[in-house]
Design a binder for this molecule. Structure first.
Ligand code: SF4
Length: 154
């Protein structure tokens, strides 16, 4: 089983109520080869919500207590991001996920690139909070870009 970001499956769960449908992922859901997960909703957020970015590092730094997740208006939402990450890990373990496909650039789901914390649209290298936790627990995480390789591997 593969776990995938809900927004990539077409669910309107992003901070602004939109989705980022990837047709291949939608097909995997229809064929019951994948199930959806949205770490931010699992962490207790609703739709819509304020955009947030990691300040001072990436998801690994957040897990280590060296960086924070902050909403655009300044509210510290780090604990909710960590909570969502742990519930996602639990789900991945429950379904014995062989891999997880997450939406790039998100402070939760980014798997090689995230925003730099300045809310200016600038991208830096790094993992989101959920991605970092999954990787630390030995789970393979790729972005939608890595899906073809993943399916080729399968
Ligand atoms: S990127 Fe991740 S946390 Fe954000 S809406 Fe998609 S699934 Fe949810």
């Amino acid at each position: 089983m593969i776990l995938v970001s809900s927004c990539l499956a077409g669910l309107e769960v992003r901070y602004n109520g939109t989705h980022c449908l990837n047709n291949k992922i939608r097909q995997m859901i229809n064929e019951k080869k994948a199930i959806t997960v949205c770490p931010e909703l699992l962490g207790g957020f609703s739709i819509p919500r304020e955009p947030a970015e990691i300040i001072g590092g990436d998801g690994n730094d957040v897990l280590d207590g060296n960086a924070r997740v902050i909403e655009k208006s300044g509210r510290d939402v780090t604990e909710k991001y960590i909570k969502g990450a742990y519930i996602t890990l639990q789900k991945a373990q429950e379904v014995q996920a062989t891999a997880v496909v997450l939406k790039e650039f998100s402070p939760s789901c980014g798997s090689s690139s995230i925003y730099d914390g300045e809310f200016q649209g600038k991208i830096i290298s790094g993992d989101g909070v959920t991605t970092a936790l999954l990787k630390r627990n030995g789970i393979k995480v790729v972005s939608e870009e890595g899906l073809a390789d993943l399916l080729g591997d399968a």
